[in-house]
Design a binder for this molecule. Structure first.
Ligand SMILES: C[S@@+](CC[C@H](N)C(=O)[O-])C[C@H]1O[C@@H](n2cnc3c(N)ncnc32)[C@H](O)[C@@H]1O
Length: 363
């Protein structure tokens, strides 16, 4: 079984949880359980070799400077999730306008029996981007003799706190927490669990944050991680009218704006950047042609920001693209899933077809 169940998450990338990119595979042998170091080396132009920076800050700086050199400027959305960002995301999920969480939870509650039947006995549940693992509890409550639960998230402090609460609530279920960037290579300690199959759980429509090509690669890697006999239980947000979607990402309380701007606060804190949070405004628009929400930070004026010795100029109205959130039709997602090596076994939706939860079987 699972002899070592540490309280704090292991850093599965062997370095900063927010590192680089590559595949994901559950390890079959203890040797493969050793932490992997696959972090992207910072490029010379953007802070590598700055002795004042920690390794994780150097990676962050390299990613930021790469994004600032693009047209339009962009920042990787994974950096939204530091401890404060994760707390703000949790507040977003409680907003009445933010339909994805409430709808996904309701779908799960309505069809839980069928979902746990898909997972089967002695299932090892691997959750990518576990956050506060709240919807996961519905599964853990009902699963038949679960072999274990592995929570994988980039937001290390938040993951540790969630894991402490989960271990207290489910002392009978072996659990591991991996602080990892799931877009990188990392080893899942599957061999520690006496599992009949592995199922990846990827709720929250986080798949929508990937561009189509990346989504295909990511799903393909998930099929590899689940392996033969395994599957993927995934939450997928569906295309719908513009007002409903835009309201979800532009809440009147300003929580999504605070979540977005927290990224600049993080860059100020971790890189000594000089972003004036009042000089950027939150924007989230539904691009119907592309079928995605585009969330940006827009410069309110012409300005220059310092980022660890670099000057970054902004024109008035110039955006920094922070996150996409693609919405799918059921047919489009089915094609994507099939190309990634899955067969769509079950699709559950709400009566208004706002959201879907799907069980995909590895082919
Ligand atoms: C949209 S939230 C979803 C949270 C939760 N699963 C839910 O359904 O409410 C995305 C989660 O994925 C995590 N995350 C984002 N990018 C990540 C990455 N590259 N690697 C690992 N975790 C990541 C975030 O920290 C956050 O917890």
């Amino acid at each position: 079984m699972n002899p070592v169940v540490p309280d704090s998450p292991e850093n599965a990338n062997g370095g900063p949880a927010s590192s680089a990119s590559a595949p994901v595979a559950p390890s079959a042998s203890p040797a493969q359980q050793a932490p992997l170091r696959n972090g992207k080396e910072p490029s010379g132009a953007s802070g590598a070799g700055d002795p004042a920076l920690s390794a994780s800050a150097a990676v962050l700086l390299a990613d930021v400077m790469e994004g600032m050199g693009r047209a339009p400027k962009s920042l990787p959305c994974k950096y939204l999730y530091d401890a404060a960002g994760s707390r703000l995301f949790d507040r977003i999920t409680e907003l009445s306008a933010y339909y994805p969480t409430a709808t996904e939870r309701a779908i799960m509650q309505a069809h839980l029996d069928e979902m746990v039947a898909c997972l089967g006995r002695r299932c090892l549940l691997l959750e990518y981007g576990s956050g506060s693992s709240l919807k996961t509890r519905l599964l853990l409550d009902q699963m038949s003799d679960p072999a274990g639960y592995v929570a994988i998230d980039i937001s290390e402090e938040h993951l540790a706190a969630s894991m402490r609460r989960l271990r207290a609530a489910y002392p009978h279920i072996p659990m591991r927490a991996l602080a990892a960037d799931y877009t990188t290579s990392f080893a899942v300690p599957s061999a520690e669990f006496e599992a009949a199959r592995a199922v990846v759980y990827f709720p929250g429509s986080t798949i929508g944050n990937f561009e189509p090509r990346e989504a295909l690669d990511f799903l393909t890697r998930m099929a590899g991680a689940a392996g033969p006999g395994g599957g993927l239980l995934i939450g997928v947000d569906l295309e719908k009218d513009r007002p409903t979607v835009e309201a979800a990402y532009n809440d009147a309380e300003g929580v999504t704006a605070a979540f977005n701007k927290n990224l600049l606060r993080r860059l100020n804190r971790e890189l000594g950047a000089t972003f004036d949070l009042d000089a950027f405004r939150h924007r989230a628009v539904y691009n119907l042609d592309e079928g995605r929400i585009e969330m940006s930070l827009v410069s309110a004026c012409r300005q220059t920001v310092r980022v660890n010795g670099h000057s970054v100029g902004f024109a008035e109205g110039e955006p920094i693209l922070v996150e996409y959130s693609y919405k799918f039709t059921l047919a489009r997602f089915r094609r994507l899933a099939e190309r990634a090596g899955f067969a769509v076994q079950k699709v559950w939706t709400d009566a208004n077809r706002l959201f879907s939860v799907q069980y995909l079987r590895v082919r």
